[in-house]
Design a protein around this ligand. Sequence first.
Ligand code: MEV
Length: 359
Amino acid sequence: KRSLVLSAPGKVILHGEHAVVHGKVALATALDLRTFLRMTPRQDGKISLQLPNLGSQLSWEAAELRPLLAAFSVELPEAQPPSAEQVEKLKEFAGGDYGHEAVQSVAAAAFLYLYLSVASKYGVLPTVDILVWSELPTGAGLGSSAAYSVCLAGALLFGCGAISYPLQEGQETARWTKEELDVINRLAFRGEQVIHGNPSGVDNAVSTWGGALRYISGQISVLKSVPTLRILLTNTKVPRSTKILVAGVKAKLLEFPTIMEPMLATIDAISRECEGILEAMTKDPSQEHYSRLEDLVDINQHLLNGIGVGHALLDRVCQVTSSHGLHSKLTGAGGGGCAITLLRPGRFRRGREALIPTY
Ligand code: MEV
């Protein structure tokens, strides 16, 4: 039987990270760096998961997974989100020698959760080899976990016959229908919940739909007319955990609601203001709009520092680029990971030269 190969992109959040977890607007766009998955049917009753980027290779007997269906009572996708207890049990079961909190265990737990979800809903335990590899750095704020979840969701739903094989005779690549993408997105969100605890769903939405999106409380609007913005991406390579950073903001919100709520509301206002500017830019590409976009980048960076998700190296990127007249902010969960720098037309080289000698 033939293999299925599919891919999904990473993402960059322009504005709205963290606030989006609390029902505010985020603006995000897909990145030209992708995660790829190859699924090959196998006949020996085994399921294997190879993740070369994490150096991990795991396999299970289908007969070994069958009892887990009842034990974890995983259901799709209208049912409850994965409970902390289910996630812990799956990490323990899947992690093996890697240890409980290792990224390999978390990735394997997400796979098993999705696998058991589709298996319980469609009554099939497909025996397959799954290989996932990525151009995206892990844990850098570029949506590698979402792209992983989206690829798994697409492959497993296809493997259970829940969605079609979209490739027509003679085509090299194809996309699923809107309805199928919606099912993939909702399942991928469950994978993100296993990995991140309480994500907003913006990352898997961008990875599923591609393009530039506005996202608020599960509502996805594809932005049809957006100008081309040049953005420089700098990876501080400081490792961090989205789950811990998101939980940290929530803890502060509970402790200081009267301080934190207005800050999140201001981030929301920044996203909305930015949306208006982007729309105006499609009609009038004058440079004037750039200084307003740059102001918003600066204000948001200060707010993100204020809510506790900054890092000294992210500040350093902001300082270095600022000394060249450029404006930067963290993107994604912060605490390290990547920064974005807005580049005005004609200033691309300046931004690169500013950063290369520094890192
Ligand atoms: C992570 O890419 C974005 C956060 O807002 C978390 C989320 O939306 O789930 C920090």
